[in-house]
Write a protein that binds this ligand. Structure first.
Ligand SMILES: [Zn+2]
Length: 363
């Protein structure tokens, strides 16, 4: 009898470990830049767009100098040096459709709230069909983490866009959501946070009250990281989407280039801080794609814009092998990200809504 129980236990352990791959990451940082296209992620600056006067803001010589190279590999490294020299070497990058490596929205809308809900809840909820949708009824993987003893009060989110108060359900979620013009630093902001808050009060507001410039979100998040040492951190940048809507390709490229530089800053903090070094996974992605047809549709997205469901993601950290750019023919969906993020920490995300399975290629 004992031997039989032993065998059953071994079989059970084998099955559960196969179903829930044990991740090695103790900390997970999720960082998104809104509506950034896979075309620039994998191909760098698009010269057809950059050459058009209506898009280049009269500054084509500068952007060509800064971001152009004849070879696509050299070109994307000029735009996104950290992503290509670090995540593209030590981690994995998905979504290069030139190799039929496909990552897509599962939701049919191809705009922000449905996309972020899909990223964090693992579910393409068709009831969420507007950016004005109220507090998210679904449970995010961030909230799930905050309910685990190891991660309780070790979760935080910083976002340029105010909608994240609703997307992450700030009244319910139990962790801080610092969005748009929310002050940072809580009850006792330090000197840096006080300065950030004063600047945030007085800054130019290109998008009214709904969204701040990314620089405020970045430095608020970075200071929180140094001060509070969260284990699960989400940072959401928005300028790539805003400048694209405005048709300002130069600003769009500069915003993407800054996103890359800030990833580098965060990664170097991780690698120089013992509690994070070699224990932290970075997951980067976007909420939706944009158009590409005739190079006029790059500014827009939504279900009426062909190809705006085409996205990308990258991951680096413990338990993630150095496969680099994925060049195999495969198809995954954004609703798989939430379970994938949980699996990086060896957890299995459960919620009231259905949650899609983790991406099995990541190991
Ligand atoms: Zn948009």
């Amino acid at each position: 009898m004992r031997k039989r129980y032993f065998i059953i236990t071994i079989i059970f352990l084998f099955l559960t470990s196969a179903a829930f791959p044990q991740g090695n990451a103790e900390n997970i940082f999720i960082i998104t830049t809104d509506g950034f296209r896979w075309q620039e992620m994998f191909g760098g600056m698009d010269s057809v767009i950059a050459n058009q006067q209506k898009f280049n803001q009269g500054d084509s010589s500068n952007i060509f100098k800064k971001y152009w190279a004849d070879d696509a590999d050299a070109r994307r490294k000029k735009l996104l040096p950290f992503i290509w020299n670090t995540i593209g070497v030590k981690g994995q990058l998905y979504g290069n459709r030139y190799f039929e490596n496909k990552v897509d929205n599962a939701n049919p809308f191809w705009f922000s709230y449905p996309g972020y809900n899909e990223i964090f809840c693992g579910y393409a909820d068709t009831a969420i069909n507007t950016n004005d949708y109220p507090n998210n009824p679904n449970t995010t993987v961030l909230e799930f983490f905050n309910h685990q003893p190891k991660y309780k009060n070790k979760v935080a989110a910083f976002a340029a866009w105010e909608a994240f108060n609703r997307i992450l359900n700030e009244p319910r979620c139990g962790f801080p959501v610092v969005a748009a013009y929310d002050a940072t630093g809580g009850e006792a902001p330090n000197a840096k946070e006080q300065l950030l808050n004063a600047m945030l009060d007085d800054t130019y507001r290109p998008w009214g009250e709904s969204e701040c410039l990314d620089v405020f979100t970045h430095y608020a998040a970075l200071e929180y990281l140094k001060k509070e040492r969260p284990k699960i951190l989400y940072i959401s940048y928005g300028e790539t989407d805003e400048w694209a809507h405005a048709g300002k390709y130069k600003n769009y490229l500069d915003a993407a280039n800054r996103f890359d530089k800030w990833l580098d800053d965060i990664w170097s903090f991780i690698q120089h801080t013992p509690e994070y070094k070699d224990r932290t996974a970075l997951f980067i992605t976007t909420d939706h794609g944009r158009g590409d047809i005739d190079k006029s549709k790059w500014t827009d997205h939504g279900s009426s814009v062909p190809d705006a469901h085409e996205i990308w993601f990258g991951v680096v950290g413990p338990g993630v092998s150095a496969k680099g750019e994925m060049k195999n023919n495969m198809q995954v969906y954004q609703n798989q990200f939430a379970q994938t993020i949980a699996s990086l920490a060896g957890l299995h995300f459960t919620a009231n809504q259905p949650v899609a399975e983790a991406i099995k290629e990541i190991k």
